[in-house]
Design a protein around this ligand. Structure first.
Ligand SMILES: *Cc1c(COP(=O)(O)O)cnc(C)c1O
Length: 433
């Protein structure tokens, strides 16, 4: 594989941007090698600047559920761009996207559009604190909610449990109101409610964890969170920035029939343009300015291009055929990976819900950060490189989810499974030798 142009661009990029990238995981640090510079996307494929073609399971980290440059989305964007890229004033497009979102997720009675998932979560927690008049928030180790200061505590190390920040530059005081519990462990949540009686504004959770690899909730977990938050007059915030329109048309809250108080969205609802949203019960949302006192604003929020891409994307997800497609190609991919790994004698754990999937190199079931971080990262790095060399582009970390689109067909799935069979066989001989 010739990547000469990517190599040269990366050298140049490193002189201009920290690590040569605009977001850290793109740098391939966890798997070695260097990032590929991309020229274009076509349906399920990415094509790099050297002309190499890859089946893409990253899909811009989730948003591109219809694949790259989907013709209807492109056409809608061209027409919208010709009418102006931002008005700084309301447009009918915001109403159209909001109506669509509420049709899919009726619990989101009202919403506010923002420009990223980070912004959605940050604003949702400000609102939860204002609504309850309390300061503390419970989050789960290994859940990611964007890079806002107060949420940059997560790693499973000993310091994390003391509520110390994960990143320099985050004041300890900022995270002192962030309490850490363990995913899929209700006792750890109950204990925090007992220790901080009357002080906890909200529990925020990825209802299906997708940022420590993919880890579905155990059956009692989400109902237990709903029950505990209600009993303590705290709000339940579902961060569905990743799971929204991925695990089910109505998000994880519909899949598991749980009603959160506030939901955050992003990724898919922008169809590949920068968008986030937070929403929930009318009575809570009417606290947001200018209806209420909780300030939150954005120069480009609700801009016509992002709204247009979101509308064009969600309309196509109204078709049951899209969801039947995810079941069909998704189960084919998982069965293929499981069979290939078994044949090679390589233990893996795979999970899938709708168009989101994950794989760990682990013989043990994975249910939280501790078990996830026990998975074999060296094996993953070798697997990643083997797959890339065979034209399959996976997220460059085991602790990320994989994504399918409506244009990943049986052809791409079968090529991927064949590549995985080769990669597993290679891993098996490597560990034998
Ligand atoms: C991606 C993600 C975010 C952050 O969204 P950005 O648009 O990257 O700011 C927040 N929460 C979850 C669950 C995510 O997956």
């Amino acid at each position: 594989m010739n990547i000469a142009k990517s190599v040269s661009l990366f050298q140049q990029a490193k002189t201009l941007m920290p690590g040569g990238v605009s977001s850290p995981v793109r740098a391939f640090r966890a798997v070695g090698g260097q990032p590929l510079f991309i020229d274009r996307g076509e349906g399920p494929y990415l094509i790099d600047v050297d002309g190499n073609r890859y089946i893409d399971y990253v899909l811009s980290w989730g948003p591109l559920i219809l694949g790259h440059a989907q013709p209807q989305v492109v056409r809608a964007l061209q027409e919208a761009a010709a009418k102006g890229s931002s008005f700084g004033a309301p447009s009918p497009l915001e109403i159209e996207l909001a109506e669509l979102i509420r049709t899919f997720i009726p619990r989101i009675e009202m919403m506010r559009f923002v420009n990223s998932g980070t912004e959605a979560v940050m604003s949702a927690l400000r609102l939860a604190r204002a609504y309850t008049g309390r300061d503390k928030v419970i989050k789960f180790v290994g859940n990611y909610h964007g890079h806002a200061d107060m949420l940059l505590v997560k790693a499973g190390s000993g310091v994390a449990t003391l509520g110390l920040p994960d990143s320099p530059g985050v004041p300890a005081a900022t995270v002192s109101n962030t309490l850490l519990a363990h995913y899929n462990d209700l006792d750890s949540v109950e204990q925090l409610f007992d220790e901080h009686k009357g002080q906890i504004a909200a529990v925020i959770v990825e209802p299906v964890a997708g940022n420590m690899g993919m880890i579905p909730p155990l059956p009692a977990f989400l109902p237990g969170l709903r029950q505990l938050t209600s009993a303590h007059d705290a709000l339940l915030v579902f961060d569905e920035v990743m799971t929204g329109f991925r695990v089910h048309p109505g998000g994880a809250q519909t899949l598991y029939a749980i009603q959160p108080d506030i939901t955050t969205l992003g990724k898919v609802i922008g169809g590949g343009l920068p968008v986030g949203a937070y929403g929930g019960r009318r009575e809570i949302m009417e606290m947001v300015a200018p209806a209420g006192p909780v300030y939150q604003a954005g120069t480009l929020s609700g801009n016509p291009l992002a709204m247009t891409a979101g509308i064009a994307t969600l309309k196509q997800l109204q078709s049951p055929a899209a969801w039947e497609h995810f079941e069909r190609v998704g189960s084919r991919l998982l069965a293929g990976l499981q069979d290939a790994a078994r044949a090679a004698g390589v233990p893996i754990q795979v999970q899938r819900l709708g168009s989101m999937f994950g794989m760990f190199f682990s013989a043990e079931a994975v249910s939280d950060w501790d078990t996830a971080s026990g998975a074999d990262s060296r094996r993953f790095a070798a697997y990643f490189q083997q797959m890339l060399a065979q034209g399959v582009y996976l997220a460059p970390s085991q602790f990320e989810s994989g994504f399918l689109s409506t244009v990943h067909t049986e052809v791409e799935i079968d090529q991927t499974v064949a590549a995985a069979a080769n990669a597993f066989a290679h891993l098996a001989t490597e560990s034998a030798g």
